[in-house]
Design a protein around this ligand. Structure first.
Ligand code: NAD
Length: 252
């Protein structure tokens, strides 16, 4: 199958689609023939992302919204708006996420809650809003953005790995629950990936991290997007409940 046909006729929602890995997924999906709705946190960043896409792909069928992902009512309205515009929702990528690195001694309870709200509650909210639509259509594909820290934990910022362990739990459980409705649910676990966050690190530090990775470098957003594209497509028709690492075999 040609990549440009992998998602032909499909409609997708990508949360956190304004930059980084999410933006790479949006571009990849559009290249593969999908209609895409990207969800971002602010209208301004959503508009910027849409402008960037339109400059590169003037014919792209793309829309942008910014529901508060922690609020179920807002999410339900936004997902319904996507269905109203595209006529369907076949793919949901729960990508939006934030991290923190504070030690437990410094960690503010409200920051722990903030991480959980975006990284976990939003996955629940978006999945709950999209699943009935997918069920009615005869199936769909949900891809949750987890992380390699969901295997290893990390030595500070416990909220982030805790949230990604929860994402894996939602993935495994929803795969079992929604299989009967032909809705596949999988997770992708990136290692260190060159988004704005990594680009802001001193090159010397990126080199040091790279030297500990068997493939000798950090990942690129497009490499994570390739894995998401595969799981979203019919090529992965018998894959559900999987946690797919895209980390160059990083061992922490
Ligand atoms: P990023 O900071 O570059 O982008 C995050 C995206 O989430 C942005 O589009 C932003 O608009 C969105 N977002 C942030 N807060 C939001 C909110 N309150 N409501 C809606 N959207 C919001 O991050 P990234 O590196 O591209 O990460 C994307 C996903 O990949 C995250 O789930 C992250 O945990 C995961 N991940 C990233 C790495 C990495 O090294 N970059 C590694 C493992 C996992």
């Amino acid at each position: 199958m040609n990549v440009s046909q992998m998602l032909e006729g499909k409609a997708a929602v990508v949360t956190g689609g304004t930059r980084g890995i999410g933006f790479a997924i949006v571009e990849k999906f559009l290249d593969a023939g999908a209609k895409v709705a990207l969800f971002g946190s602010r209208q301004e960043t959503v508009d910027n992302a849409l402008e960037k896409i339109k400059a590169k792909m003037p014919d792209a069928d793309v829309m942008g919204l910014c529901p508060a992902l922690g609020n179920y009512d807002e999410v339900e309205k936004a997902v319904q708006a996507v269905k109203d515009k595209f006529g369907k929702v076949d793919i949901l990528v729960n990508n939006a996420g934030i991290s923190a690195r504070e030690s437990l001694y410094e960690y503010k309870p409200e920051d722990f809650e903030k991480i959980m709200t975006l990284n976990v509650n939003a996955v629940f909210n978006c999945s709950k809003a999209a699943a009935p639509i997918m069920k009615e259509q005869g199936g769909g594909s949900v891809i949750n953005m987890s992380s390699m820290v969901s295997i290893y934990g990390q030595p500070a910022g416990c909220g982030y790995p805790a949230s990604k362990f929860a994402v894996n739990g939602l993935t495994k459980s929803l795969a079992r629950e929604l299989g009967k409705d032909q809705i596949r649910v999988n997770a992708v676990l990136p290692g260190v990936t060159r988004t704005d966050m990594v680009a802001a690190l001193p090159e010397e530090m990126v080199q040091r991290i790279s030297s500990t990775i068997p493939l000798g470098r950090v990942g690129e957003p497009e490499e994570v997007a390739n894995a998401v594209l595969f799981l979203a497509s019919d090529l992965a028709s018998y894959i559900t409940g999987a946690t797919l690492s895209v980390d160059g075999a990083t061992q922490v």
